[in-house]
Ligand binder design. Sequence first.
Ligand code: FE2
Length: 178
Amino acid sequence: MATMTAPPSDKAEIVDIKYPYKEIVERCSPAGRYIDAQTDVDSPWVPFGPNAAIKHLAFDVRRNLYSNILWVKSPGVIGTHFHRGTITMVCLEGSVRYLEYDWVASPGGLILEVPGESHTLVTEHPEGCKLFGWMEGPIDFYDGDANLVETVDVFWMINHYETHCRDHQMKINPKLYL
Ligand SMILES: [Fe+2]
């Protein structure tokens, strides 16, 4: 096989790839999809406390994975929480930092969080922050006295989304479920 320095075809045409397992992919794959995040057409903002909201983008119950945009609307805090999975986030707007670390995330920056870490999210930006994330596994939320209050996972996120839809007579969007 030749080595590749760039994709060999620059034709703006569909090329029929002879992948031998196409039928199996069609039968078994949840299929890729596009979910609009700029409007509320695919998914509404669901309140997450008085100063924040979550736009749910994807739920994968097989791997306890969930994707969303977290919007903290003005200077505020998402209290101390402990991760049991890996989190990949991109700061879209505003800025955000954690009391435990010495960096400040700004738009376009990548935030990686790993199992075993607990931290406290703070935004001091006048317009808060928007964070896009792919999140894996349970997240344990603690009160100010280090008592475990609730564990959040893909099923908590689905319930958060579906409860809001039911309460506001909105249709549940099947595209969000992988
Ligand atoms: Fe976190």
